[in-house]
Write a protein of this length. Structure first.
Length: 370
């Protein structure tokens, strides 16, 4: 009689402190693309009985442990506490979970603690880069000792994941590692072409996102309607000035936040999504726009030349005057519909969360020896 070895579920723990408000919409909190990435991935992975999925989240005065959508949520760090206390809390939460694989996507001091924990306890550590700066060496140079520590953690990962081919090539040069390229994942709805009402911008008020440039653009198109969804970024002390300037523009509606489950409604009614960021890896807003058949106009970001290759947006190559001209052409309804359809088909083919999660499962199984 053949002995059949039963494998226990692979325990994958994602560390994403700011992701809790996405899991629980009743909680008011700021989150970004990295949190959305891990929220979608953890939920999809949890549907497979061969995996046990947990997420370490921050303290929003919720229960110490909850299960939402089959994902275990473990309360840990408190943003109001001393950073050293939070690092201890993080270590204890990781120890309590006893996962096989720990997964992070955000360049913070937490990366060092997670890496040390995994080395000490002989666990697998995976990291996914969140923006260009982590890959091209600029973050490492700017942050001094913290940057060097971050570089060391990337060299010690079991698997390093990046969002596009350009970032992968940069990491080989700056860090000396060969990462795996996995695109962002999203839940792709059926194609729906709603009436288009306004020009849209979505992002935190962090300086790298350059919301001020979007206001400049709105000022130059006084007869066009503009909407900005712009929650306050962490440590942004100029937010009130940004709000005041936005209020002075009669054609601009400035929203300080929209619940995650309602954000697609705004993308679906937009004529075009404008991105003014100085630098990003693969903006989640690109995927959100594409799946809603909304064309994209980007100032500085065009990962792997996707906007031009797949013809669902225009790239201004860092030139604000060119961006103005391109916006004029994108306001043509026929252009909007044509590029919008291209974007939708691109998203469905390359970013469906089910397909993306299968790529991660292959890596998880390989790393854990199944």
């Amino acid at each position: 009689m053949t002995n059949v070895t039963k494998h226990h579920p692979i325990k994958v723990c994602f560390i994403s402190p700011k992701a809790y408000p996405i899991f629980n919409p009743k909680i008011d909190g700021v989150f970004g693309g990295a949190e959305v990435d891990l929220y979608l991935l953890s939920r999809e992975l949890a549907k497979d009985k061969n995996f046990q999925t947990s997420v370490i989240v921050a303290d929003y005065h919720q229960e110490p442990q909850e299960i939402i959508d089959h994902v275990y949520l473990i309360r840990s760090v408190d943003f109001k506490k001393n950073p050293m206390i939070n690092l201890i809390r993080l270590w204890k939460a990781m120890k309590r979970i006893e996962a096989d694989i720990y997964f992070m996507e955000s360049a913070t001091l937490g990366c060092v603690i997670i890496c040390l924990f995994c080395l000490w306890h002989k666990k697998k550590y995976m990291y996914r880069t969140a923006n260009d700066g982590e890959c091209d060496g600029s973050y490492i140079k700017e942050k001094g000792i913290a940057g060097k520590l971050f570089r060391w953690t990337m060299q010690k990962t079991s698997v390093l994941v990046t969002q596009n081919e350009e970032n992968a090539e940069q990491l080989e040069r700056t860090v000396g590692v060969s990462p795996v390229v996995i695109r962002n994942g999203g839940e792709i709805p059926e194609l729906s072409m709603l009436p288009r009402e306004y020009v849209l911008w979505v992002g935190r008020s962090a300086h790298v996102k350059r919301p001020d440039l979007y206001l400049d653009l709105a000022q130059q198109f006084p007869k066009e309607s503009f909407v900005a969804i712009c929650p306050q970024g962490t440590y942004d002390h100029t937010y009130k000035q940004l709000q005041q300037r936005a209020r002075s523009l009669g054609n601009l509606k400035f929203l300080t936040g929209v619940p995650f489950e309602k954000i697609d409604d705004y993308f679906s009614k937009a004529k075009v999504l404008v991105n003014t960021s100085d630098s990003e890896g693969f903006p989640n807003v690109f995927l959100q726009a594409a799946k809603c058949a909304t064309p994209i106009l980007s100032l500085n970001v065009n990962p792997d030349q996707i906007l031009t290759q797949y013809k669902f947006g225009l790239f201004a190559q860092g030139d604000m005057e060119l961006m103005k001209q391109q916006l004029e052409s994108l306001l043509n309804p026929a252009v909007v519909e044509d590029m919008g359809r291209n974007g939708y088909h691109y998203a469905k083919e390359h970013h469906d969360i089910k397909k993306i999660t299968e790529q991660y499962k292959t890596i998880f199984n390989k790393e854990f020896g199944h």
